[in-house]
Structures are given as structure tokens and as C-alpha cells.
Design a protein around this ligand. Sequence first.
Ligand SMILES: [Zn+2]
Length: 407
Amino acid sequence: MHPRVKPALRRGWRDLNTVQFGMTPAHAMTLGPVDTVTGTFLDLLNGTRGMELLREEAVRMGLPEDHADRLVERLSDAGLLDDATGGGAGADALRERPHAVDRLRSDLASLSLTAPAPGDAERRLAARRGLRVQVRGVGRVGAALAALLSAAGVGEVDVRDGGCVEPWDVAPGGLPPGSVGERRSDAARRLVRDAAPERPPRRGSPCPFRDDTGFALVLLTPRDDLAVHSPDPLDSEPLLAAGIPHLYAGVVEATGVVGPLVLPGETPCAECLQRWRVERDPTWPRLLAQWRSRRPRTPPACDVALATAVAGTAAGHALAFLDGLSAAGAPHAAGVRWEAALPGLRWRPREVAAHPDCPCGAAGQAVLELSGAAGRSRVTMAEQRPSAESCHRANRTRRPGTWRAHV
Ligand SMILES: [Zn+2]
């Protein structure tokens, strides 16, 4: 282990013997009491020294023999420590690709804050390279989402859509102006490739008859606004049958939608959503039939900024799921449709409950405790008790002298 105080957290002294790591309510921690020599010793925890050398340095500085081990353990328990050589074989292989590492350095720093144990961030980033995901529908939202997942280090991002790129599909971060008129799937595959030029080669060739199973996650991002508003349960039936998690995202009538994330048999699906709608509004099927029979000939209302925000939000939820990170034990998009309408752009969660008659079986599962961003709580210095929401391991194993900072 080569301990490194997380460089992603800014450090400052609150007083002569209390150090604060980080600035934001979600991640700031304070550590104390810390004497001046230990404060100087912290600078040596930069990932360049192994434990043996650190012990020698500590003794040389006049610190007790076991000081280095105790400090490292304390920082580790508080979620403040990285391991510059950690993460296992996958991380070792990634470190041998300096171009990939450099491009993903900011993503790794971010992961180090949400995956708190030393080596966790490296392990999870390396694991992304072994994942396959598929994006179905590559308009403004889907194309940007596919590029984002590829850029974030997901090893294989398959894209599925028909037709050719239209002028209104073009967006920064998505399909480029030069792709107008090109086959949509070809342009999207190039976009995915360009987003991560050093990523490993695909397993097999992009064949339209290729096996559609084995995806860690399928992103359903239809260009049709009706499919965004009211996803057809028939489309997701094969995914449910194969047990493939899937996430909905798109734009409908200047409203961005992200969710739900469907974990087959565990969290509510498109049919749950549809059954509840019909129960609440018996005329819903009549409206749906009219909408489906009258396809608009004009492009849907899909603001470029909103589409990009939706793609970013969906990518964030997708990565949190793929990384195995969640808050309160459940992914934030499971059982929830996040919606934001222009011009306010305030994201609001709309809960999607499991329907007791839906064959997906989610209603038979234990209710997951879902918590939105608005429900986040934090702990003040005065309270010094663990947060109820955070998955921050530090809080569960907090040692005397470390606590969430009051920021
Ligand atoms: Zn269902």
C-alpha cells in the first residue's frame, strides 16, 4: 500500500490542531487533534512511499513507532485515503496505459470521493472497462449519453438506431454537423470510439444480428417523444425476461425525463408505470391510442441544452449503478422518474411504484428505501453523529477525532 491523502479534497487548518479535508457538505471532514509534526507528516502521504518507508520517516521525525500505521488507519476509516498502488490486477493493467489514465484522471478523482476505501476508486474505474452497455435510440440525448459512457471508461458501448442523421440531431457532445445524412448507427459508433480513443477493441464486429444479451445495462433513449412519455412495455419485455437492467431517458415537450432504472423483478418497470396510469386515469388508453396513431411529422421539441442535461444526468445515474454505488442502499433512479421542465429546469422526482398485478414481480420485493438529493442530510460538528443517508463508509466507522465538517 502506498497511502495518499485524497488529492481531490482541499485541505486547510481550522485552528492550530484541527485539519479540514474538503469543502462541500457531501464530503468535507475534519480531523483532530493533529499536532504540528503530524501535520507535516501528512504531506508525506502522497502515494510515493510504502508503509515501511513511512514508518522510518515517522521515527526520524520523532513520532512514536506505530504512529504511521495508526494515522493511516484513522485516515482510511474516515474515507480520506487513497492507495496509489491499489485496486487489484485490473487497476494495475489500467496504470500501464498512461494515456487512458491521464484522460480519466479527473473521473478517478471523483470516484475517490464516492468510493471511499483505499483502492476502491481504482478498482471501480478498471471494472468499467470490462462492462458492456447498449444505448437504444441515438438522437440528441442518446448520442451524447453513449459518448459520455464511453468517455467515462465503459469498455463497450453498443448503439442501436435506424435511419440517417437529421440536421436537428446534431449537438455538441453528440452527433457532429458533418454526420448529417450519414447512417445514424455508423455516426454514433464513430462518436463512441472518438470519445475514448484508447479503449479496448470491441468483442466481435458490429453486426445487426448480434446477440443482445450480456449487457450490464441498456439505456432506452427513444427519439420519439411519445415513447419517452409513455414507454411501451412490449419494448422492454425481452430485457425483463433476460434480467437486464435498463434505464429510461429522453425529452418530451420541453421536459427532460430520467428514469426509472429498472432492475428486473426488483424495481418497478414500464408496465408498472402504465398500469398505475390507467388506474388513475381510465381514459389514458384512449389518449394513448390516438397519440400512437397520429405520428407528428415535425421534429419533437428537444432543446439542445435540455437534451445535454438529460444525457449528463442519465449518464451519472448509469455510472453510479454500474459502479455499484448508491445512496441508502438503492440507486437514485430506481422507482423514480426524474423530470425537469423548461424554463425552470428544476429536477423533481416522481415516484413509480411497483404495481401488484404487473408480471414483472417487483411488487413482491421488499420496498427499497429511496432517497432523493433533496433528502440529503449532513452532520454538524456539534452533533457528531453518523449521517442517516450517506454511504460514506467513514461515517459508519468513524473514529474519535474525525467527523463530518460543518460547511
Ligand atoms: Zn412491472
